[in-house]
Design a protein. Structure first.
Lengths: 160, 393
């Protein structure tokens, strides 16, 4: 059984135990605007100064979720490497073979590939190495975004 | 081959680029964006190396500054209606427009055209009655000494349909009194780069046939496909800033009640890639091609843009002035080659760019469709096919 819409897929993913573990103890942003492209989800592990005026990003994972168009998802996920340390494509499990046939493209680009089924089971087909984001400017923009967001919903563990 | 700036929004950047950086050879003046006084107030030296595009594309729509010209059809007729634009109104409009062009000492006198979609069967008679014949008569009456150039806006369908293509050529090459054609292609602008092989081949051939008939060929509204089209040896190639001056789109001349303007993404021209890439990719492309040397030519604008603190924004002049400088240099280098040699240089540069994109991709860089090299194999095929038709290969 495949997902009917990307919204279904996104909601199932966000409620899955895999993503719940990721977002737990992290700051997460849904469809943040003003970066390079609009990722569906960004999860950032950060350390905030007590006065909340500085943010130190330890790890950022950006996710592009699509039903089946892996090529388009790959292009979009590559954009997110401009500000994220890791970037992933999440596809409907029913169509994952289309992408896994071209797994080397994900490996060369260092983009993670995950699949999810309707029961919320996530399988990792390729897990990327963390890298420095390739745009200094977007990293700064993203840090500002995190600071603004962290004030609202930062877990206690994030404070230095 | 000369390079003219296609003026549009923020046309001062083009004027400054021509004047201060010696980028290009002249200007294509745009009444849609320039008040009459502004055009008349330009220095004689500048006007003499430029020409005026009357922009009658939609004769009933006085968009922007078009209302300041007393020869614009909607002004002449006090409300333009095709059926009511009688001989006398057409003649009066033509007389005023030709007089304006003569008195301002422009390089050419342009006979304007109106925009049509598809492939209308009455294209030639409509253009002749409304503009061509009245303008030729006015030129004769006013003893115009500048070369008279007919503007044509052709659709992709007109060029791709063999019968229509031939009819157009027969018509334009049979018109007495014109020295050239100012050719604009309305191809719908579905992607930033032209990736339609049939259209590119048809356009190359159309320009070539016009040249074989000893007509001056001025191309308008081109993106970087100007590089490819240079092998057909047009006399003038345009460079423009915003997309509206690089891809012809009639919407910029239509009345729009509420135009939602979404600022374009700043792009930077990379001459070795023959592509304008999204600025966010600069570092990653540079890192992927370190072995090939710096793909980005140094100039005063790069010095500003490549500072780490630079805030990229589509409204900044240096983005466009850099493009004018770099692209006009690249086109000027081509101008020194002719025929087969020019084709060989163009074809080699396209192949080199394809190779560079392969290297970039091989290093794991995934560029989007507006920044990648997907147009290049199509350009190369078009160049090769045209070269075969010219017996250059």
């Amino acid at each position: 059984m495949s997902f009917r819409t990307e919204k279904d897929l996104f909601e199932t993913a966000l409620n899955s135990s895999y993503f719940q573990q990721l977002v737990n103890q992290a700051v997460f942003l849904i469809e943040p605007q003003g970066l390079f492209g609009v990722p569906d989800l960004v999860v950032a592990h950060i350390k905030l100064s007590k006065a909340k005026e500085r943010v130190r990003v330890q790890k950022t994972m950006a996710f592009e979720m699509k039903l089946h168009n892996w090529k388009r998802a790959l292009v979009q996920a590559f954009r997110y490497q401009a500000f994220a340390t890791m970037s992933f494509v999440v596809l409907d499990d029913a169509y994952i073979q289309r992408a896994t046939k071209h797994l080397e493209k994900f490996q060369i680009a260092n983009i993670g590939l995950l699949s999810i089924n309707k029961q919320g089971v996530v399988i990792s087909h390729y897990f990327p190495r963390p890298n420095e984001p390739y745009s200094v400017q977007l990293r700064v923009t993203f840090n500002h975004m995190l600071l603004a967001s962290a004030e609202l919903r930062c877990p206690e563990s994030a404070f230095e | 081959m000369e390079i003219f700036h296609q003026l549009g929004h923020n046309f001062n950047w083009n004027v400054e680029s021509l004047h201060d950086d010696n980028a290009g050879d002249g200007l294509i003046l745009a009444p849609r964006y320039m008040k009459r006084e502004r055009v008349e107030g330009m220095s004689l030296v500048l006007r003499e190396r430029s020409f005026f595009d009357p922009q009658f594309f939609l004769p009933n729509t006085q968009r922007g500054q078009l209302a300041s010209y007393n020869f614009f059809p909607d002004v002449v007729a006090d409300g333009f209606e095709t059926s009511e634009y009688s001989d006398s109104l057409a003649q009066e409009g033509a007389l005023r427009c030709v007089r304006f062009q003569i008195e301002n000492w422009f390089r050419y006198i342009i006979i304007p055209t109106r925009h049509v979609s598809g492939m209308p069967s009455n294209y030639q008679s409509m253009q002749e009655n409304m503009f061509v014949l009245p303008f030729l008569e006015a030129c004769q009456r006013l003893s115009a000494s500048q070369p008279i150039v007919l503007q044509m806006v052709v659709t992709e369908h007109m060029l791709k349909d063999e019968a229509y293509f031939n009819n157009l050529l027969n018509w334009v090459t049979g018109l007495r009194g014109i020295s050239g054609v100012y050719l604009i292609v309305d191809h719908g602008g579905r992607s930033k780069q032209v990736k339609d092989l049939d259209l590119l081949i048809a356009l190359l051939k159309f320009v070539d046939y016009l040249k074989q008939n000893d007509l001056i060929v001025i191309l308008g509204y081109l993106n970087t496909e100007a590089f490819l089209l240079s092998i057909a040896h047009p006399n003038v190639i345009p460079i423009g800033s915003y997309e509206g001056t690089r891809i012809f789109n009639i919407k910029y001349f239509q009345e729009q009640e509420q135009l939602i303007i979404r600022g374009p993404t700043p792009r930077i021209y990379v001459p070795m890639l023959l592509q304008l890439i999204n600025h966010n990719y600069i570092n990653v492309v540079r890192r992927a091609t370190t072995a090939q040397g710096d793909l980005f030519e140094e100039n005063q604008y790069k010095a500003i843009m490549f500072k780490p603190t630079y805030q990229w924004h589509f409204s900044k002049a240096e983005l466009y002035k850099d493009y004018f400088t770099v692209f006009s240099n690249q086109l000027r280098q081509l101008a020194s080659y002719k025929d087969r040699e020019r084709y060989q240089v163009v074809s080699q540069k396209i192949q080199d760019a394809i190779g560079l994109f392969t290297t970039i991709e091989g290093r794991g860089v995934v560029l989007d469709a507006d920044s990648d090299g997907s147009h290049l194999p199509i350009w190369l095929t078009a160049a090769n096919e045209f070269a075969i038709s010219k017996s250059w290969r």
